[in-house]
Design a protein around this ligand. Structure first.
Ligand code: PLP
Length: 609
């Protein structure tokens, strides 16, 4: 797994060259170089890199496959897409989507009042806004305000109550009435770990009886001409395409029936999101059983087939893919702060004038270990280790002897692993697992990979350099929160091997990939670690530029965001120092200055890395 599954998860976005991972685009900058450039300005802690060209790539991919399917199937409707804000509401992500999507008239989807306000402020007039989720009268009125302001907005109703409120608002004011959509409650269900959105017991949508009721109400109010869309969403990270096809047949037939019932302005089917992203690093294509090609042609073909059979106009197709559009655009870079077994460095050996014979033997084994004898010597060393511990328990050797022994045995194992790395024996592989190295990363899993913590979602992880040498250390990753859940343990079924680096001499950085969907918005300030410092990287033919810097919040601002008065906090701390009895005035002033500097930095660790 020397390439860390790059061929599986990276979608050709990255390549390995000269031992580093690089962007496979235009001037192909190395991620290490970008990271070092940013850190040269004193930035510490984790760094989130955004690559807008990867958003552009996903948007183009989506459109080009649907356009192709539309041509191939002689389909008469158009293809349209909106981005669901809940997947990433951060300004530099949204801005990348709206600017890269401009030429496609890419729209936004809102699921709450705040997201609706955001959508109204970020879309150009004419781009679609769709609104899902539960709505009160205020939110519905906001929809009218958006329509009045010229937005192409569709309010998708989740129940009949919302429809009644729309009618009520329409009667109370003269504002332009927004388009109305109906979310259908499907009897077919989704797949994957997030598949709770579809199905008879789903949280959202109207049953067939309620849909008929809605049509009756709209006709009676002479508002049926505002019904333009039907919508479904069968859940995120769809692993299987079969449930989508069932949902399409069901929704397609509902659409056709409603048109026959006189819904003449009903022109759109919104198939929600759910397009999956490959997060796996070990086995090819386990996250989903379909390609974007199959996805788009299935949707277009099925809808065309249903409409042709029922002799109904082909609907325009809308998607609300979120994960698929933004997951790949963000990469989290975390410095490694510590390798715990560096306690076993050879330089820490402290021999006495006279050492126990068993130690002499270990010294010899360590010195003479070679490719030919290494398995035999390894066995001897493991055997000596047992004896050594027994001798210690019985009081025959002291703590220094034991420490020397442990260092020597560790080194022998490491050397044996290295010598046999091309074709390790089962025994060596098991030893590797037992001898796990713990890598302390300067980041919070709760803040930056919350789906790992909450849902066991794996994210591709790899070092961004040293890729010319084989990594040999079975690795578990520890974050800097003081929570035992802040750990990505070594999993023998999906092993992660990292390099043995002397951090006193050089830096070691890990990259977590495909973290651009949901992670930032779900991230939590556990232990008061906040959003990492983020940067947008624009890549041209000749060079790249680092823009849109948003530094991680400083400590006082973190406390303020939780409701504390930051001025009071700083005053209190300074006062306590001022009235304490310092020996010299200079030391007092230096300490006060130190304190002020500390609270104005972010809360991630600054030592060594
Ligand atoms: C969450 C959500 C989406 C986005 O789903 P992805 O799996 O990220 O594509 C789309 N539509 C609705 C209604 C949603 O709730």
């Amino acid at each position: 797994m020397r390439n860390f599954g790059l061929n599986i998860w990276s979608n050709k976005n990255f390549i390995i060259e000269d031992g580093q991972i690089k962007l496979n685009y235009k001037c192909m900058p190395s991620i290490l170089e970008i990271t070092e450039n940013i850190r040269a300005n004193g930035v510490k802690g984790p760094i989130l890199l955004r690559f807008p060209h990867l958003i552009k790539k996903q948007i183009r991919t989506l459109y080009s496959y649907f356009d192709k399917a539309i041509k191939d199937n002689n389909y008469k409707g158009s293809f349209n897409a909106v981005f669901p804000l809940k997947v990433n509401q951060f300004p530099n992500a949204v801005q990348a989507i709206t600017s890269q999507g401009k030429k496609f008239n890419y729209g936004l989807e809102a699921g709450s009042k705040a997201e609706l306000i955001l959508a109204m402020s970020q879309t150009t007039i004419g781009a679609h806004i769709t609104v899902n989720g539960f709505k009160d009268k205020e939110m519905i009125t906001l929809g009218f305000i958006a329509a009045q302001s010229g937005h192409n907005i569709t309010l998708t109703i989740e129940g009949l109550g919302e429809l009644e409120t729309i009618i009520e608002v329409a009667k109370e004011c003269d504002l332009k009435v927004p388009n109305i959509g109906i979310r259908v409650r499907l009897h077919s269900t989704g797949s994957g770990i997030w598949a709770k959105s579809g199905g008879m017991d789903a949280k959202f949508g109207l049953t067939s009886t309620e849909i008929i009721e809605a049509i009756t109400i709209l006709s009676k109010e002479k508002m049926l001409n505002h019904l333009t869309m039907i919508h479904f969403h069968i859940g995120s990270q769809m692993s299987d395409i079969a449930p989508l096809k069932r949902a399409l047949r069901e929704a397609g037939n509902i659409y056709a029936e409603l048109r026959k019932m006189g819904a003449d302005e009903l022109n759109n089917i919104n198939i929600g999101g759910g397009l999956a992203v490959e997060y796996d690093q070990h086995t090819l294509s386990t996250s989903r059983n379909y390609s974007i090609d199959e996805f788009s042609s299935s949707v277009v073909f099925l809808l065309g087939e249903i409409m042709n059979a029922k002799k109904v106009k082909h609907p325009n197709i809308f998607t609300e893919s979120g994960r698929f559009i933004v997951a790949s655009h963000a990469v989290l870079i975390t410095p490694v702060l510590e390798l715990f077994s560096q306690d076993y460095q050879e330089k820490l050996l402290k021999f006495k004038k006279v050492n126990p014979p068993i130690l002499q033997e270990l010294v010899e084994l360590n010195k003479m270990l070679s490719n030919q004898n290494c398995i035999e010597y390894l066995h001897d060393a493991l055997d000596h280790m047992e004896s050594l511990l027994t001798l210690f328990d019985l009081g025959y050797i002291d703590l220094q002897d034991r420490s020397n022994g442990e260092i020597l045995v560790h080194n022998i194992i490491k050397k044996a692993l290295y010598l046999k790395s091309a074709n390790p024996t089962d025994e060596l592989e098991q030893l590797q697992v037992k001898l796990q190295e713990r890598y302390l990363i300067n980041a919070s899993i709760f803040q930056s990979l919350p789906d790992y913590w909450g849902l066991d979602q794996h994210f591709p992880v790899m070092p961004i350099h040293h890729l010319n040498s084989t990594p040999l250390r079975a690795a578990s990753l520890w974050d800097i929160t003081c929570d035992s859940d802040g750990e990505i343990g070594f999993n023998p079924d999906k092993p992660l091997y990292l390099h043995d680096i002397n951090l006193d001499e050089e830096d070691y950085f890990l990259g977590f990939f495909n973290v651009g969907a949901y992670q930032e918005t779900l991230g939590m300030d556990h232990n008061l670690f906040t959003h990492p410092s983020e940067y947008t990287i624009k890549i041209d033919d000749e060079k790249y530029s680092i823009v849109n810097e948003v530094e991680s919040k400083n400590i006082l601002d973190i406390l303020e965001s939780k409701g504390y008065d930051k001025t009071n906090i700083l005053e209190k701390l300074k006062n306590d120092l001022v009235i304490s009895d310092f020996i010299t005035e200079k030391e007092k002033n230096d300490t006060l200055a130190k304190l002020e500097t500390f609270v104005e930095q972010n809360g991630y660790l600054r030592t060594t890395n």
